[in-house]
Design a protein around this ligand. Sequence first.
Ligand SMILES: Cc1cc2nc3c(=O)[nH]c(=O)nc-3n(C[C@H](O)[C@H](O)[C@H](O)COP(=O)(O)OP(=O)(O)OC[C@H]3O[C@@H](n4cnc5c(N)ncnc54)[C@H](O)[C@@H]3O)c2cc1C
Ligand code: SF4
Ligand code: SF4
Length: 1021
Amino acid sequence: MTSVSLPDPVVRRARPPQVDARELERALRERVGGEVRFDAGSRGAYSTDASNYRQVPIGVVVPHGVEEAAAAIAVCREHGAPVVSRGGGTSLAGQACNVAVVIDWSKYCHNLVSVDPAARTCVVEPGIVLDELNAQLTAHRLMFGPKPATHDHCTLGGMIGNNSCGATAQAYGKTVDNLVRLEVLTADGVRFWAGPTSGEEYEAIVAAGGRRAGIYRALRELSHAYAGQIRERYPQIPRRVSGYNLDSLLPEQGFDVARALTGSESTLVTILHAELRLVPKPAAQALVVLGYPDIASAADAAPSIAPHRPEQLEGLDDRLITFERERRMNPEALRLLPEGNGWLMVIFSGDSQDEADAKARALIDELHGSEHEPTVRFYDDPEHEAELADVREVALGATARVPDMPDTWEGWEDSAVPPDRLGDYLRDLAKLYDEFGYSGSALYGHFGQGCVHTRIPFDLISSEGIGTFRRFIERAADLVVSYGGSFSGEHGDGQSRGELLGKMFGDELVRAFGQVKAIFDPDNLMNPGKVVAPYRLDENLRLGAGWAPRDYDSHFSYPDDDGRFERAVMRCVGVGKCRHSSGGVMCPSYMVTREEEHSTRGRSRLLFEMLEGHADSPVTAGWRSTEVRDALDLCLACKGCKKDCPVEVDMATMKAEFLAHHYAGRLRPRAHYSMGWLPAVAQVAARAPRLVNALTQAPILRDVLTTAGGIDRRRRIPLFAGQTLQAWAARHDPGTSGLRGEVVLWPDTFTNHLAPSIGQAAVEVLEAAGWRVIVPTQPLCCGLTWISTGQLATARRVLQRTVGALAPHLQRGAKVVGLEPSCTAVFRSDARELMPGDRDVQRLRQQTVTLAELLTDHTDGWQPPHLGGQAIAQTHCHQHAIMGYDADQALLRAAGVDLDVLDAGCCGLAGNFGFEAGHYDVSRACGERVLLPAVREAAPDTLVLADGFSCRTQIEQGGTGRTPVHLAEVLAAGLRNQPVRPSRPAAPAAADYARLAAVAAGAAGLGTGLGAVARWRIHRG
Ligand SMILES: Cc1cc2nc3c(=O)[nH]c(=O)nc-3n(C[C@H](O)[C@H](O)[C@H](O)COP(=O)(O)OP(=O)(O)OC[C@H]3O[C@@H](n4cnc5c(N)ncnc54)[C@H](O)[C@@H]3O)c2cc1C
Ligand code: SF4
Ligand code: SF4
């Protein structure tokens, strides 16, 4: 073999790259077909990942395909611009953010290119999300084995970039163990498929000459030069993810260049395609949960369970459970845990339920009567298994923002040691926590493989706190080395751990890492400053000692964020759950656009940049920022994030706050007037509803009015009812004394003016249940439409008036029944944030209930009428977020209804959102995801239930041919033993249009007359 001299290692850049961003942008636009974004908003949205670090990128490229990405990398090289690839951006060590051009693979490059079921392999593009891949592989009963907790939004490119693992790595190994080949591209344009390289292949590659031959020769030389060190210093543990995989280059490992590149975090090459090894998808699972006196004892027990070959062997401690309990997360599942203060969750899989159960029972039998016998629970139904899996999967979010506790952070969140030493390591780690004042941090992780996760209450905003953070990390690193472990067990090194690698591998191997970098990326253009030649672990912090955010006054009181808008903005920890593509409500705008900027996280990032805590923030105009406005424009204010985000980011509230300041003292979009003031408009319309309907529905006038009102012309303006609920109620004779006492039926604008028959049905049901129903008769409103359009001063005034009117009833203890979920949610949630400290507002919050809640929880002995039949139900997004749908389900099931609650998320109309010009396509796309097809497919005799006016309107205007009904209507019809026949305002008749024409003519005549008088007066002087 000819010997090759190895290059000098890449060293750290003295300063960030000097790139002419304008020229680069121009060249990218010219030569790359994809989306090229160098605007402040895009740069702000991609400035961090899920880590403690923040670096504002030079620009972002969203390629439409792999070839465009390759072209973009070529342009970057010509301009000396670094690049960093990005999938879901869920990295926890800072490896997915940089002062570089970000290539976002996730929006378009997510194809499953081919599957070979016989060979159990497939080829994918890097942006494909793991769950989406596995869903496509279901037809072949195959799946990709490793499964990080972020499986519904992490991408294969990111998994390969980080060498991800997750709980199932216990059975299937790390990502590196499940790869066949990678197609890679170097920064200087060499593109090839890499994999295990036989002697013959190596010779052929070298004989072909060129840059690829140079890379292979140098790698071969490097593997020889460092073979002794690699064999000696690489920890032989299941979860060594830190450092480059130089061990894969050893002859005994088949000189596998693909494996060597796995986990290189975008610092060596860009992955263009990956050929993956697949495993059979298990048909069944069984779960055994074991309780121990503490988490270290649980860790001690794990090695004795591993020989039973479970698919997953996870550990979790009592602090995690306490945090979840305090935050009311997974309440049902927490009750399923056996007694203990530390637990192991052991999942067995099999080709049949019997097989999985048999494995579980064998473990239980073995443990029975053993010296340290744990408490045991056994589950073999998918529902309980999924609930308990969630307890573990939400751990990071659950431990990030615990009320009355300091915020916790990543940084030492992913160490791994030999599994048989994990218990002792945890005991020593706990001592270290105590020494540094970090006690109370939760511990959990993949105990079967010795990997432990935690979040620690580091102070990352004072220089003293950051000094302590550094000292702790250095000590923790020494501790792991003393156990023969790895700093990272699956999350990678990035910036958090790059600096520490010398402690683990020694200086010689760190030099080898630098040389590998020089072999692939001599100009240091690939994700510079991460893993090798790294930034310090305490620089580029998302917060940092120099962080000085602007102090913003706010309209809302943010009671769960110490009353500070800035704390509310900082809730987002970057987990990226808001980037999943199905299930739950969060985040409809991401689901249909697949745009970071239109996810909850992207919006949070831009609001964070708006705080201007850093001198290089791309967002500089504060509340007047157009970047933030544009990112919030497609937020449906559905409140999905308030419920579904693990740290309860409430973007709807922050959007309202932003709009209030952004438009303060300025003209607002027309829709804010036409729809924000809907309750006032409705009051006027109630004087001549048929005339108003004729006006809004007449062919040409309709277009004029929608345009003037900022409403999309494809929307039909809803019809006003001939008689409001309040007018009807004023004349209604209850015919009963209402023995149960009084309830106030809230006459929200939608029910009162647009669907009063629903209110009438509710009165009928409530009276039949024994209640005396009060319907306030004065014009009142909850302020919702002013809140959603950010007219918060008006909203507060409106709410004040309402609270004043309801106060006597509230003080007597009366319940307020809400029929429209969004208005009910204002009373239950927004009101206290707009009017904190007001006792009547507190009463309103506590005493407001949905119809179903009143009937199930506060009406003793009441039984619903038997309804039977089938129904599908669309839960309003605000109901999902604030009140929940449990009471409705219980009630309908008690009425014998075969109910299917759709997992459809927000209907897409979301109050004013779907009506506003410019939102129609997104609104409709949200509806078409699940809801509208489900309604179209429903059998004619299946009831379509939707309590929200928006949801009903979306269904009616969505080409379904169905008129959805409210729960009140269904119950009332049941009481009458009649089929449900919803009554809705009628479209204008010819006579209404004739009247309108007459009024118009009269007005025109009056105008002419007034004009003549005016001219006469002017003439006379
Ligand atoms: C709440 C939470 C739980 C987590 N749980 C787990 C877990 O159980 N197991 C686990 O292993 N990890 C876990 N992680 C870490 C992370 O989710 C995984 O590493 C995940 O696989 C990263 O995927 P991504 O698409 O988000 O990658 P990104 O963060 O976007 O990227 C990851 C790395 O890969 C690089 N990269 C992306 N695409 C390419 C490409 N085409 N070419 C070259 N490099 C590329 C990026 O530059 C980056 O360095 C968790 C993270 C969070 C926030
Ligand atoms: S908004 Fe919530 S779900 Fe989305 S990234 Fe932030 S913390 Fe995660
Ligand atoms: S309110 Fe809805 S649309 Fe807006 S960020 Fe939250 S989940 Fe997304």
